[in-house]
Design a protein around this ligand. Sequence first.
Ligand code: NDP
Length: 236
Amino acid sequence: MARIAIVTGGSRGIGAAISRRLQDMGVTVVANYAGNEDKAKAFEGETGIRTYKWDVGDFDACQAAFAQITEEVGPVDILVNNAGITRDATLMRMTYDMWDEVMRVNLGGCFNMAKAVFPGMKDRGWGRIVNIGSVNGQSGQYGQVNYAAAKSGIHGFTKALAAEGARAGITVNAVCPGYIATDMVKAIDEKVLNERIIPLIPVGRLGEPEEIARVVVFLASDDAGFITGSTISANG
Ligand code: NDP
């Protein structure tokens, strides 16, 4: 039987590329999204991948969505914690809500979704969890104490959960993208992007979502069974 994957934030950007690649591998994919119905429905129409709307930062919503997916699609073998947001400002200007929302979605979402899928993976003796970090969680970034802290937290989360899953056939890894050409990066001021960000990327360009998706599907495959607790950077 085909394996089943949940990709959070799987309807556009990097997540959409991951959903498509997993589907190409023969996996039955469910793509989550937060509220952009138009993009989600267009994606579903193009790919036939089912989309489900819920907020990954909401623990109860994750439990409910997981139960619904298990009922409607089947047991979940692969989880890609990809959903993420930015609420950039310097510490001086950042409100508590900006801090809290990014921590709740980017880091809390990983906990909420892992809590849902982990017991079933353990019972079946096989599972793959791939968490999407960020180069800015590795190096820090001006105006992103919230985002850098949440993404950096994903590394500790990944290593600790990898230890818990290892004997049960569950691998837990992180992929850290550099700057990738998606809506998130298009929201950055063009001058800042061209003068301050791209010149610092050694290959001299933004990455493509597919360049992250290829790493994720490898980690989600049987071939990667001896890799756990690792962080793979794909940042040019
Ligand atoms: P996009 O902004 O293009 O897409 C974000 C996706 O996440 C959308 O599908 C969105 O749903 C979903 N989402 C946002 N908030 C929630 C939520 N609370 N609950 C459920 N789904 C949610 O992002 P990218 O594709 O650029 O980024 C994907 C991941 O990669 C993120 O974790 C990001 O931090 C990380 N990353 C991105 C980099 C980049 O350069 N783009 C660099 C490094 C890391 P909807 O469409 O409904 O809004």
